[in-house]
Structure formats: structure tokens, C-alpha cells
Design a protein around this ligand. Structure first.
Ligand code: ADP
Ligand code: MG
Length: 598
């Protein structure tokens, strides 16, 4: 019998190997951006078409390649970045395996133009499925322009494995954000289908974070900085009130390389101990700089894990640095309305204290109070009797209907209450004096209403007489598409024409005036939430709607409006906390006051 073992032809070997490095358009984005950075570019443009399916194109103004190097770059294990195995221990570049370009060229149609500063003429190379189609001189700018077209054109099975455009684009944005955050000294531009999504000039790290995630973090970033013999730690943590239930904004960079590390995450989380409600995660943008010799860099190209030589020291340094910064900026419990009683209990205590199943009358999956200690039975009884008290005080005749509420939930009482500083409602209930934050109270009432609405087959919404039009950029459009089902559950109805969004129907309380700001707010605040995290999306949107539609501080409330609001608040399942976990009211016992007035 004849021998049966054969060497695989190069293009087949390349295709197989490509599977490891290139899984989706976002992998191409990562490799090309890293190559541009390794080539010392200080301006990098990324152009995407069809969520990267038809085009991923990176243009840099870096070192460029000679025509021989350009051809060699596409060979497997062809790299200019290491020469011998020892070089691995002092690596300063992102790449070193010499695999990316060979892999990309095996599964796509690639066109590169490249020129070094010293050369008059550059060169152009076209490769399809590892096969060189053309190499010629090219009059091109200094640097490299590399276009990857029709990814997986020769592997339909892989092409079919790709997810929706929204999901693939989300992955691309994630990679882009990571690289752009790690290199604030490089100007980045991102285009999708010819429109510019992001333009990030060279400014400070803080400006880079704000440029990517929006000005909403302007006042939320707490700088951290610590230089020790083991490592330099710098960056920002987000104030505890920005904590989220999803792990949205968590970025670690080690020597400007994005990494994931549950171990470092634990160090940061433990620095926040006692400042976050259970189930909430802190946000951070943390940069560690260490001697490359103390790291295991022999990482898999698509993996983001890393090993440190001195894990324990890094853990303690990180924890202490974050804790110190939070203390310096006096982020933590303060003795005012912002004080969350949960902060008084340490995390451990909170864990061990008895927790009973909260009662939710609406939908067990939507438990808006999961973050808090559920109300005790006694508390619940007290609220119920208070609610009855409110009901009994209800007048027999009609009162002017309050204007801030659509559907009064109960008849309006004649409570003795008044508004103070156009911000608080002062009233007396169950023998106690109540100081109620009007804005937070209304947020809570609306939040519970929106959650209830989700369970109705026909959400309470109003069709707008004239649809409200708003222009949307591509990034917003992708985002809105991924939120559409949830938004419809809340009473929105949309239609699209090109870049123009028409809002046909909206939840109650939305008016022609506030509807655009409300939709903008939803987009702005959902921007960084991954499309896949949709399980908490409706809760997230209910919170945004509630906070943007609630009466603000500074608004005068008529007596009937105050009464209605107080009544609605105590009809809530959790009247104590706003959807953002802020305390809604303070109470004063008469003895307390008497003691002070002795
Ligand atoms: P690696 O980055 O691991 O070396 P790649 O396959 O990504 O492997 O790239 C191969 C080589 O091609 C690089 O080592 C580099 O010399 C060259 N190269 C790739 N992209 C660029 C670029 N944008 N500018 C200049 N040289 C590049
Ligand atoms: Mg590379």
C-alpha cells in the first residue's frame, strides 16, 4: 500500500490557521489597528462597510513598507518585530507572531498600498485567498493603506456564522474603543458606510475617555495615580453612583494592551467595598505600566488574559490606589440626601443579614428593588396603613386634576403638605414629619409604572398627531435597532427613512417638546451597553424614561399635584429609593424634635 501522509498546500494551511486568529470582522480591525500602531503612526483612520463584512480598511501614516517587505509581510511567521525567542521578554510591540496578515489574506480579498518616507514611490499588492494577484508601483502617501474586502468570501460556512450587523458592529466598536483608549497620543477617526462616527484628536486621556463615551462622564471620573517600584498605575475610576448592573465600562490596560483580568477586577471591586449596592459593578479605565520582563507575554493572539510575576503586590497596589483616590475625592458616604442607608452596612454585613424574598406584584423577573434590602414586614405594614390613612383623608368633592400625571391612580386627598424650595414636599404622615424629594419621588412612581407597562399586551402609549422627526447618525441607528423591541414594549413606535427617524407613538408623558431629548438621552446612556446585554435593557430604559420625564427640582407643584405624588409614592412597592438608588425621603419623630427644642 502506498503512503498516505501529505503536506497541506500553503493556502489550505493558512485558511485553517486563520480560523484561530480571524473569527469576525472585529478581529481584522484589531490586527490592522495594532499593526498601524506598531508602525508608529500618529493618525489612524478606520473605514467600515456593512459591519465589516464587505470592507475593513485601515489607513495609517506610519513607517510604511518596502516592496519586498510588503510581499513578505503576507507570509506566515513573517515579522519584523522579533528575531529570536529571547526578544519575547522585552517586547514593546503589539504583534510578534507574524500571523495576522497571512491569515487575513487567506480568507479575504486584500489590497494594500504602502510607502516609506524615504522612498519616492510606494507599492501596491493585491492578494485573494493567499494568492497574489498583482504587485506594482503605486503613487501613494507615506504610510500604509490596507483594505480587507469580502471577509470569508471563500468560506461560506464562516460567513454564515457571523451575527447581525448590530452585533458585529458592536464588536468592532469594542476593539476600536480599546485601542483608542490605550493610545490617546494617536489621532483616530472611524467611518461607517462613509459617515464619520468618531473623531478623536490627540488630547488628554480624560478627553479621550469623554470623546468615546460622551460628556456624561465629565464629572464622574476620579483620577488615580501611583508610582511604585513594581508598577505605575494611572487612569480613572467612575464614581460609585455611576456603578452599573452590567459590566459596561471596565478597562484594564497593561503596557497599553487591553487585558481582561478577574483578579485585577477583584482588586478594584474590593476598593469600592461598602460603596456599591450588591449586584452593582464599578466602572474604570486603569492603565498599568510594568517591566515587560515581569509579564508572561506569550499570550494567544486572540486572548486577552495575562500573567504577572508578582500578582500579590499588584493586587495590593491597585486596591490601595483606587481606595486612596476615592477617599481623596471624598467619594463615599456623605451625610445628606445622597446618603444611601445601604452604605452604613459593610458588604459582608449586608451579605449575612437576613434577606427575605421581595414581594413583587407585577412580574417576578422585574424586581426593581433587587439592589436593596427588601422592605421588612413591619415597614410594609406601616406603608400600607399610611396609604390607607391617605385614602381616608380623600375629599368627597372633585379637586382640580393634577397636570403632571396622566392617570391619577387614586382620588386626591387633602393632605396637609407644602413645597419647600421648589424641591421638597413637607408633610405629616403616621405621626411623623416627612421631607420628600419631589424629583426622586416622581422618578420612583414613573419607574414602577413603566415596568408594569411592559407586562401589558398593549403598552399605554399615545399616537402622535404629527410624527416627530429626528436625524440619526449611523451609530445611533445601530443602537436604536437593538433597543427597538424594548422601546416598543414601553409604548414607542418608530419608522425609518434613510437617516431620518420618525417617532409615531410614545409613552404617556412624552410631549412633542420633550420627546427628542428623551430619545437622545436613551441613546446617549445606552451607547456603551453591549447589544448582547439586552436582558437588563428594559429595566435600563424604564430608568432612563423615569429619570428624564420626572418633575425636576425647581418646578413649582400645586397642592393637588403634591398630594397626588405623595399618594402615588406610597403606593409604590419600594417608596424609599429612586431608580438610581438615591434616598427619597427623610423622617423626623416628634420626640426627636422635642429633644432638640428642650
Ligand atoms: P506581526 O504584527 O505579528 O509582526 P503581521 O502579520 O500583523 O505580524 O504583520 C507582518 C509584518 O508586516 C509586521 O511585522 C510589519 O513588519 C509589517 N506590517 C504590517 N502592517 C504594517 C503597517 N501598517 N505598517 C508597516 N508595516 C506593517
Ligand atoms: Mg500584527
Amino acid at each position: 500500500m502506498s503512503d498516505i501522509i501529505e503536506l497541506l498546500p500553503d493556502h489550505v494551511a493558512n485558511q485553517i490557521a486563520a480560523g484561530e486568529v480571524i473569527q469576525r470582522p472585529a478581529s481584522v480591525v484589531k490586527e490592522l489597528l495594532e499593526n498601524a500602531i506598531d508602525a508608529q503612526a500618529d493618525h489612524i483612520q478606520l473605514l467600515i462597510r456593512d459591519a465589516g463584512r464587505s470592507l475593513v480598511h485601515v489607513i495609517d501614516n506610519g513607517l510604511g513598507m518596502s516592496s519586498t517587505d510588503l510581499r513578505l509581510a503576507f507570509e506566515r511567521h513573517a515579522t519584523s518585530k522579533i528575531k529570536k525567542a529571547e526578544d519575547l521578554f522585552s517586547l514593546q510591540t503589539k504583534g510578534f507572531r507574524g500571523e495576522a496578515l497571512a491569515s487575513i489574506a487567506a480568507v479575504a480579498q486584500v489590497e494594500v498600498h504602502s510607502k516609506r518616507a524615504a522612498d519616492d514611490l510606494g507599492s501596491c499588492l493585491k492578494i485573494e485567498g493567499s494568492e497574489v494577484k498583482l504587485q506594482e508601483n503605486s503613487a501613494t502617501a507615506t504610510g500604509t493603506s490596507l483594505a480587507v474586502k469580502n471577509l470569508f468570501f471563500n468560506i461560506p460556512a464562516r460567513r454564515n456564522f457571523l451575527k447581525s450587523d448590530a452585533v458585529e458592529m458592536r464588536h468592532i466598536l469594542d476593539e476600536f474603543h480599546r485601542v483608542a483608549l490605550a493610545h490617546p497620543d494617536i489621532k483616530f477617526q472611524l467611518y461607517q458606510n462613509d459617515s464619520e462616527l468618531l473623531n478623536l484628536p490627540v488630547l488628554s486621556l480624560k478627553k479621550r475617555v469623554l470623546g468615546i463615551f460622551g460628556g456624561k462622564y465629565e464629572t464622574a471620573l476620579v483620577p488615580i495615580h501611583e508610582q511604585t517600584s513594581v508598577a505605575l498605575v494611572e487612569g480613572f475610576v467612575l464614581k460609585p453612583d455611576q456603578a452599573r448592573k452590567s459590566r459596561g465600562q471596565q478597562f484594564f490596560f497593561v503596557n497599553q494592551r487591553f487585558i481582561k483580568s478577574s483578579f485585577l477586577h477583584h482588586a478594584v471591586s474590593s476598593a469600592f467595598e461598602g460603596m456599591l449596592s450588591p449586584g452593582y459593578h464599578p466602572g474604570y479605565f486603569i492603565f498599568l505600566h510594568l517591566d515587560p520582563k515581569t509579564l508572561d507575554i506569550n499570550i494567544h493572539p486572540t486572548k486577552t488574559e495575562i500573567k504577572f510575576e508578582d500578582e500579590q503586590s499588584i493586587y495590593s497596589i491597585l486596591r490601595a490606589t483606587v481606595r486612596h483616590a476615592l477617599g481623596m475625592f471624598q467619594v463615599g458616604p456623605t451625610l445628606d440626601f445622597d446618603r444611601d442607608p445601604n452604605l452604613d452596612t459593610s458588604y459582608q454585613q449586608a451579605q449575612t443579614s437576613e434577606i427575605s424574598q421581595p414581594e413583587v406584584s407585577v412580574d417576578r423577573q422585574f424586581n426593581p428593588f433587587a439592589d436593596h434590602k427588601p422592605p421588612s414586614k413591619a415597614e410594609k405594614q406601616a406603608w400600607e396603613s399610611m396609604y390607607q390613612e391617605l385614602q381616608q383623608q380623600a375629599p368627597k368633592e372633585d379637586t382640580t386634576p393634577p397636570v403632571i400625571f396622566d392617570e391619577p391612580t387614586a382620588s386626591v386627598s387633602t393632605l396637609s403638605c407644602f413645597q419647600w424650595q421648589q424641591k421638597y414636599m413637607i408633610t405629616q404622615l403616621g405621626g411623623q414629619l416627612y421631607v420628600i424629594h419631589q424629583g426622586r419621588a416622581h422618578q420612583r412612581v414613573l419607574y414602577e409604572q413603566f415596568l408594569k407597562q411592559l407586562n401589558r399586551s398593549e403598552p399605554a402609549s399615545q399616537t402622535l398627531l404629527f410624527p416627530v422627526q429626528m436625524p440619526l447618525n449611523v451609530q445611533d441607528k445601530i443602537l436604536l435597532e437593538s433597543l427597538q423591541a424594548d422601546l416598543e414594549g414601553m409604548g414607542f413606535q418608530f419608522s425609518w427613512e434613510a437617516d431620518q427617524l420618525s417617532i409615531l407613538a410614545a409613552p404617556h408623558l412624552c410631549t412633542a417638546e420633550n420627546i427628542i431629548p428623551v430619545v437622545r438621552e436613551i441613546l446617549e446612556r445606552s451607547q456603551s451597553e453591549a447589544a448582547e446585554e439586552s436582558f437588563s435593557m428594559s429595566d435600563h430604559i424604564a430608568k432612563i424614561l423615569a429619570t428624564s420625564l420626572a418633575v425636576p427640582s425647581g418646578k413649582r407643584l400645586e397642592i393637588p399635584e403634591q398630594e397626588q405624588l405623595i399618594q402615588d409614592l406610597f403606593a409604590c412597592t419600594e417608596p424609599r429609593f429612586s431608580p438610581k438608588n438615591q434616598q427619597i425621603f427623610l423622617t423626623f419623630e416628634s420626640e426627636e424634635i422635642e429633644k432638640k427644642l428642650l
